[in-house]
Design a protein around this ligand. Structure first.
Ligand code: GDP
Ligand code: MG
Length: 598
């Protein structure tokens, strides 16, 4: 195709506004996916994504399209995920597009992530086409939503398209708008190759597969290429496009999107955001990159049985091959033995990784309470970043103890403002702005400690607003706070894996809550079990499980031997997910008690 007939676009939307459904309809209307191949949410590749209904991996598909002007066009749809945890993936996909379809649910209106995504698109100078979706629903209010888009985003919505991604109504008009309203790519076909990597993953047969967009020049199979950040060189073995299945091609030039393989063994050698150039005729300067991805939430991952350590390690390594945002390193815990400390983008990312580990690798895991990364300036003048409470220096060595803060924007109907204020105050938030767009739409801005929102904020907000609020946040800075380490002791022994870092004002309440949870989750034993919470030497809470009088088998009156055996087996199965702490058996749930105390 001529460059002037290429259109590279993304679909951006708040979650559930219909992005994936619209993508499916586009593939169908253009005839790319026929009845036989048709399955819902074609772009959502992984099973887990399918189940959770979340798109995690950015994907690209080439769609040939004959427009009403009689010309053949090549549309490249670059899919983006819709959750805040993955906004870095949105950004890298948008950098490869000239335009975006902004899908807004016409029954809901502009939500926090609608806005966040529009800002990302405008940051990359994209042309934005507003699309009002779900107009098949009786509760759709396209005119009101149009006005809302103009007021909140400042985008001309008078010509916004009305569609139903579900029924397909209005979808042909979307395709025409892509051709007419989005600009073609710019680039110099005769300049040295510059291609931007926007995704890469590990394939056990092909090695690393790199998804990229050519900005200048041309690439072909057999070409020697160089990754500009690492200077590593490879030879292109396969070059292709997804349309929607992988198809090999002879060359890719300005504006085109495709994949290549080049016997790349390590994902680190094909970093997202890097620029690929020709090794023999290299470009002078790389393309502007992306912000490096940084893990924000950490937790410990331990095998239930020490013998499963190697299996867990190889499972983690495999997962990391396909998820550059996930990292881990070995750590040891006095309580849990050998395991790993793993870093994630956010809680959703963490849950997804844990689920994949359990599902794909059948790993039996003990997960410790997640923590954010704290900053410690020591009295000696050093700076430490603490991602594990057990590694915190003694308080006497700490000069300044700081925690990460986020700026959060919450969108909600006016009637819930009181509830939202209450929740944010409880979470140590500082109110920054309250903006009334209309009587039933308010944008509230708070600055909050990241630690306060990481665990249950989203759920709390949903229940405080009957599901009508949406939120978006970004980490802004570190601020000093009166933080302490809260330790838990079982029969006088501190259990390092149960330590947490917390604001002093909340320590007492939290210590009591965890102690109670632990008491309840630890089965009664033949001896007394005392659970305590402490800050330094000071005990702030204490709970006790009295000893059991008789052992379990005593119930069998010494008679029925099969029943006795069954009972013992049941006990054994129950032990699978226990860890022995000295002589106390602690079940897996106990390690999560620290977060579920509300
Ligand atoms: P995404 O999170 O933006 O990818 O949203 P999805 O495409 O997964 O859609 C979210 C939900 O809205 C799904 O249950 C869809 O079936 C539904 N949906 C999407 N588009 C429409 C539409 O045009 N009309 C109706 N009635 N439902 C829709
Ligand atoms: Mg989706």
């Amino acid at each position: 195709t001529k460059v002037s007939n290429i259109r590279n676009f993304s679909i951006i939307a708040h979650i559930d506004h219909g992005k994936s459904t619209l993508a499916d309809r586009i593939l169908e209307v253009t005839g790319l996916v026929d009845e036989r191949q048709k399955r819902e949410q074609f772009l959502d590749r992984l099973d887990l994504e399918r189940e959770r209904g979340i798109t995690i991996k950015a994907q690209a598909v080439r769609i040939p399209y004959k427009a009403n002007d009689g010309q053949e066009y090549t549309l490249n749809l670059i899919d983006t995920p819709g959750h805040v945890d993955f906004s870095y993936e949105v950004s890298r996909s948008l950098a490869s597009c000239e335009g975006a379809l902004l899908v807004v649910d016409a029954t809901q209106g502009v939500e926090a992530q609608t806005l966040a995504n529009v800002y990302l698109a405008l940051d990359h100078d994209l042309e934005v086409i507003p699309v009002l979706n779900k107009i098949d629903l009786p509760s759709a209010e396209p005119d009101r939503i149009r006005q809302e888009i103009e007021e909140t985003i400042g985008l001309d919505a008078s010509t916004a398209l009305e569609v139903s991604a579900k029924t397909g109504v209005g979808v042909p008009a979307v395709l025409e708008a892509i051709v007419k309203d989005l600009p073609p790519p710019k680039g110099d076909p005769d300049a040295p190759l510059r291609a931007r990597v926007f995704d890469s993953w590990y394939d056990s047969y092909q090695g690393v597969v790199v998804l990229f967009r050519v900005v200048d020049g041309t690439v072909a199979p057999g070409d020697p290429i160089r990754m500009m950040s690492t200077k590593k060189e490879f030879e292109v073995t396969q070059l292709g496009i997804f349309s929607p299945d992988a198809v090999q091609v002879k060359r890719l030039s300005v504006g085109e999107v495709g994949f290549l393989t080049a016997s790349i063994k390590e994902l680190q050698d094909a970093r997202v955001g890097d620029t690929i150039t020709h090794a023999k005729k290299p470009a002078d300067k790389p393309l502007s990159g992306f912000k490096p991805v940084k893990a924000m939430v950490f937790c410990g991952l331990y095998p239930t049985e020490p013998s499963e350590y190697e299996a867990l390690k190889s499972a983690l390594e495999k997962l990391q091959l396909n998820d550059a945002a996930f990292n881990f390193e070995p750590e040891t815990s006095q309580a849990l033995g050998f395991g790993f400390r793993a870093g994630f983008l956010g809680m959703l990312h963490m849950e997804i990784i844990q689920e994949r580990l359990e599902r794909e690798f059948e790993a039996n895991l003990i997960t410790t309470a997640p923590t954010v990364v704290y900053k410690v300036e020591t009295v000696q003048g050093g700076t430490l970043f603490i991602d594990n409470p057990a590694k915190l220096p003694d308080p006497s060595e700490i000069a300044v103890f700081s925690e990460p803060y986020v700026r959060m924007e919450i969108h909600a109907p006016g009637e819930y403002v009181g509830n939202i204020f209450k929740l944010c105050e409880e979470k140590r938030g500082l109110q920054k702005d309250v903006r009334y767009l209309s009587s039933n739409r308010v944008i509230i801005t708070y600055e909050l400690p990241f630690a306060e929102i990481v665990f249950d904020f989203f759920d709390r907000l949903k229940s405080a607003t009957r599901g009508y609020a949406s939120l978006d946040y970004e980490i802004i800075d570190y601020r000093p706070a009166d933080l302490v380490k809260l330790d838990m002791l079982i029969n006088g022994e501190p259990v390092d894996a149960l330590s947490t870092i917390i604001h002093r004002d909340k320590a007492q309440q939290q210590g009591r809550a965890i102690a109670l949870k632990l008491k309840k989750s630890i089965p009664r034993q033949l001896f007394e079990v005392v659970v305590q919470a402490s800050i330094g030497q000071k005990i702030i809470a204490r709970e006790r499980n009295p000893p059991m009088r008789k052992n379990v088998t005593a119930k069998c009156y010494g008679g029925d031997i099969t029943r006795k055996r069954k009972l013992l087996e049941k006990q054994k199965a129950g032990k699978k997910r226990m860890k022995r702490m000295g002589n106390v058996e602690i079940p897996q749930e106990a390690f999560l008690a620290a977060l579920r105390t509300n």
